[in-house]
Design a protein around this ligand. Structure first.
Ligand SMILES: [Zn+2]
Length: 104
């Protein structure tokens, strides 16, 4: 989904999972340090995804605790999985990567 802004090779998703606004990952091909370019978009996605997930999760958790219905628990898991997937998908479309400058 993401390619290296320097060499154009595909970046491993396992590494991208750990990419946040605060760190950078290393391209396995050209060893460039790659970081998030539009950090505002990135944190917005995280904020909305986290907020919606927490709110819906809390509502469902409340129902589960009241009813003891396993259905709600399954639904929470499915929901969180979907939000994580949607967030990841949105992230892939809107967030851009750039090569981190060597200046420190
Ligand atoms: Zn590269």
């Amino acid at each position: 989904m993401f390619t290296c802004p320097k060499c154009g090779n595909k970046l491993p998703e396992r590494k991208l999972m750990f990419l946040t606004n605060l760190n950078a990952i290393t391209c396995p091909t050209c060893l460039a340090r790659v970081q998030v370019k539009n950090k505002k978009t990135s944190s917005l996605i995280g904020g909305i995804g986290g907020g919606v997930g927490a709110a819906l999760g809390a509502v469902l958790l409340f129902y589960w605790l009241r009813t003891g219905e396993v259905f709600y628990l399954v639904f929470i898991t499915a929901l969180l999985f979907n939000i994580a997937f949607a967030g990841w998908w949105t992230f892939g479309i809107l967030v851009q990567l750039e090569v981190k400058s060597q200046r420190l």
